[in-house]
Structure formats: C-alpha cells, structure tokens
Design a protein around this ligand. Structure first.
Ligand code: F6R
Length: 242
C-alpha cells in the first residue's frame, strides 16, 4: 500500500485526476472502476475539464461502477447510475454502451450480480479502480463483516451507512437498505486501486485501514494485501496516523 498525504482535498483530487489521465494516455482502452459519493466529485470535475481541453479521451474506455442501490431504477435521481450520468458520463466522450453500473432494478438481482462479474471478466478485468472510504471502513457497499474474498452480490446496508447517506435523500423519501456491490475479492482483482479519503470524519477509518489489523471488521484493510494500491489522503483524513 502506497500512502500519499497532501495538504488539501483539492490536491487529492488533482493527484487522482493525473493518475487517471496517465492511465488513459498509456492505455486508451483502459477498463476503469468508478465510485460515487462526495469524495470523487472534484476528481470528476477535473476529468471533465481535461476532456474539454482534449488532454484526455474516454472514447475507447470502459467503466464499471462499484455499486448501486437495489430498488432504484437508473433514472431515479438518487440512483448511482443517475449520479454518474450527471457528474461524469454526460460530460465526457464515453460511449454510453461502455458504461456499466449494477442494475438496481433487475428482476433477478442475484443473476444480475453474476452477470456483472462476467461482464468485468469479459472486458479483461479492471485496470484502475477508484474507491472512496466509508466512515465505518467500507469500500463499495462492503460493510464491516463482509467476506474478504466476496464477489459482486446483494448486500444489506448498515444503519451507520444508511444514516451517512440520508443527506442525499429528501426527508420522508424512500431510501433503500439494500444494494448490489462489487465484492472485496472483485475490488482486489483490479490491477491498480486508488482510494481517496478527505476530511476529519474519515480519520478513524483511515487509521484502521492502514495501521489496524487486516480484518473483515474494516473492509478497506483488505487493501493492505494489494500489490498496487495507492491511498491518497488530505491532512485531515491522515491526522490519526502514527
Ligand atoms: C460509492 C461507494 C462508497 C463511498 C463511501 C464514501 O460508490 O462505494 O463506498 O465511496 O461511502 O462516500 P463519500 O465519498 O460520500 O464520503
């Protein structure tokens, strides 16, 4: 695990963007793993800018998102498909057919999970997987106690994650308690992993991920196993590291 600590969240986004630009420059048909949430927003804005300035093209890239709420169709404003269209896909030159997000509206979610794994395999595997970090140490929706070799599956969200994500929903609006998520094993199969964490509210999870034991109690600690994992932190998120 390589740890990079930078002064601000903007620096973290810029560092991440350069890694994506380098990846696509070296391999224009890269398979990219993507995440939603607040953390990658600044990075996505920089990728859009780079695309507009023609420093970067997604024309030959394929993407796979980590997760999706089960029970929300892709046109639901709180779905992760909608998030990705709004914050990245609609503003870059990627082919819509080359963007994959788990289908939250699948009639057979269990089959959809297997198909998602197969799609990743058929694409040749993920070259660079982007991750955020949950305050409880989750990656994707792999909540504490997730199997360290788990594959894409239906996962129940913990009350802590439901509470953390309530900020995206209107008061009284239906908020799913189930998700489809890539497994920890799926994530570890990516050739490179880039985890970004910013802000003081991530400091405990960052410490557990890097300095704690490798344990299902902190799913992100599984990255200690990965040969090519880069963790990029701002100073607030890194504040509890020894
Ligand atoms: C999102 C995802 C989650 C988030 C994590 C951090 O696709 O898989 O693991 O990365 O919950 O979310 P933010 O960035 O909103 O703090």
């Amino acid at each position: 695990m390589q740890i990079v600590i930078l002064p601000t969240a903007d620096d973290v986004a810029a560092y991440g963007a350069e890694l994506y630009i380098k990846q696509l420059t070296n391999k224009p048909d890269s398979v990219l793993g993507l995440a939603t949430g607040s953390t990658p927003l600044a990075l996505y804005r920089l990728l859009i800018q780079a695309c507009q300035q023609q420093r970067l093209s997604f024309a030959r890239a394929k993407t796979f998102n980590l997760d999706e709420y089960l029970g929300l169709a892709g046109d639901h404003p709180q779905s992760y498909r909608f998030f990705m269209q709004q914050h990245l896909f609609d503003a870059i030159d990627i082919l819509p057919a080359n963007t994959a997000v788990p289908d939250g509206n699948a009639t057979d979610p269990f089959k959809a999970c297997q198909q998602y794994e197969q799609q990743i395999t058929d694409a040749g595997g993920i070259d660079l997987q982007l991750l955020g970090l949950g305050r409880n140490g989750h990656i994707g929706f792999n909540e504490p106690s997730s199997g360290l070799r788990s594959r894409t599956r239906v996962k129940t969200l913990t009350p802590a994650t439901i509470a953390d994500n309530a900020r995206f929903f209107q008061p009284g609006e239906y908020q799913p308690h189930l998700s489809i998520t890539m497994g920890i094993g799926t994530i570890l199969d990516a050739r490179k992993v880039l985890l970004l964490a910013t802000g003081a509210n991530k400091a405990d999870a960052v410490q557990a991920m890097i300095e704690g034991p490798l344990t299902a109690a902190c799913p992100a600690s599984a990255l200690q196993f990965h040969q090519q994992a880069i963790v990029v932190l701002d100073e607030d998120a890194a504040a509890k590291l020894a």
